[in-house]
Design a protein around this ligand. Structure first.
Ligand SMILES: NC(=O)C1=CN([C@@H]2O[C@H](COP(=O)(O)OP(=O)(O)OC[C@H]3O[C@@H](n4cnc5c(N)ncnc54)[C@H](OP(=O)(O)O)[C@@H]3O)[C@@H](O)[C@H]2O)C=CC1
Ligand SMILES: CC(C)(CO)C(=O)C(=O)O
Length: 303
């Protein structure tokens, strides 16, 4: 397979929620896209600036109905990767490249047990605010940026998005980009989820200092792990959240629906790394306890 030209490719997206649906909408005009879904739906609709658009994709709910593809894009929540084992088996061919489009760190470790030892895997960091209102109905609140590590198949991956709204950037210091995004998520995802508020909750006078301290703890952990973060990154994030009307977080949307929360891969990853490297993170540890208690529980108190 020649992965460095711009011919149409066979692309499968495992996990067609908010991110998977929006990414599909940007690839479908030029490539053959199949959505590998757990909960079937009839059609994929994207809402962009208030306008609905139906996306021409194939929707498959049975791994027996698909064959090997050029690219597998993984956009489930991090804790759901293992549950998609049958999709990986059906979609993987000799030259299939798998791209992890998820929050958190250690992307490759999540999927490696489901793939052959030498199968190429690209980790990625996505900045894009999207909300799934119901299966197959996705609202894009703004931004469309993906970062991948330089080298390997990353250039070919970036070419898939030619002509789309996504900017795909390949960087040498992927570690720093990963920790910057993890910091952003550790600052807002649990706080929006616990307060049931959108990003503007971070401007509340009593909330902002907690969010700032969550970020500063992550800076200390990230630096111990070798990433180049500073407290200025925390301030930049706070200013950015205040300037994001309408946007929430993926953890807020899950909490509103009583779904399992991705906390182990966000705040949990911060605390686990902090413990390994001997960095104190008391606020993140407290938030981890609270968000773990909220995960998967209904909002009406009925458990
Ligand atoms: N939403 C956002 O704005 C952002 C999200 N992210 C990250 O992107 C990743 C995806 O998040 P998001 O799109 O919000 O999540 P969603 O919950 O909206 O979508 C995840 C999808 O994965 C599906 N899924 C789960 N298990 C399987 C399976 N075994 N087979 C097939 N499909 C499966 C779910 O199906 P079902 O319908 O059955 O539940 C759901 O449709 C996460 O890591 C998140 O943190 C990053 C940046 C922004
Ligand atoms: C909050 C946001 C959009 C960016 O920090 C995100 O990554 C998420 O919703 O999980």
């Amino acid at each position: 397979m020649n992965t460095t030209n711009t011919e149409p490719r066979k692309i499968a997206i495992i996990g067609s929620g908010a991110i998977g649906g929006y990414v599909a909408s940007q690839l479908a005009p030029r490539h053959g896209v199949v959505l590998c879904v757990r909960t079937p739906f009839e059609k994929l609709v994207i809402v962009e600036k208030g306008e609905e658009m139906e996306v021409p994709v194939r929707i498959a709910s049975d791994p027996a109905d698909v064959g090997p593809v050029d690219w597998i894009l993984v956009t489930t929540k991090a804790q759901d990767v293992a549950g998609a084992a049958e999709w990986f088996a059906a979609l993987s061919g000799q030259e299939t490249v798998t791209v992890m489009i998820q929050n958190g760190i250690d992307h490759e470790a999540r999927v490696r047990p489901l793939l052959g030892a030498g199968a190429p895997v690209i980790p990625s960091i996505i900045v894009c605010s999207v909300e799934r209102k119901k299966p197959g109905y996705i609202v894009h609140h703004g931004r469309a940026h993906i970062t991948v590590p330089a080298g390997g198949q990353s250039e070919a991956f970036a070419e898939l998005f030619t002509g789309s709204t996504f900017k795909v950037e390949a960087v040498d210091d992927f570690l720093t980009v990963s920790w910057k995004k993890l910091m952003s998520n550790a600052m807002v995802n649990p706080v929006t989820s616990l307060t049931l508020r959108r990003l503007t909750v971070t401007t509340e006078p009593l909330v902002a200092p907690v969010v700032r301290e969550l970020g500063r703890e992550v800076v200390a952990v990230a630096r111990a792990a070798g990433a180049k973060l500073t407290n200025e990154d925390v301030e930049r994030n706070l200013a950015g959240f205040a300037d994001a009307p309408g946007g929430g977080s993926s953890m807020l949307y899950d909490r509103l629906l009583g779904r399992p929360l991705e906390y182990e891969y966000i705040t949990g990853a911060v605390v686990a790394t902090a413990d390994r490297l001997g960095v104190p993170v008391p606020i993140n540890r407290t938030i981890l306890a609270l968000i773990s208690g909220a995960s998967g529980h209904k909002l009406d108190g009925s458990e």
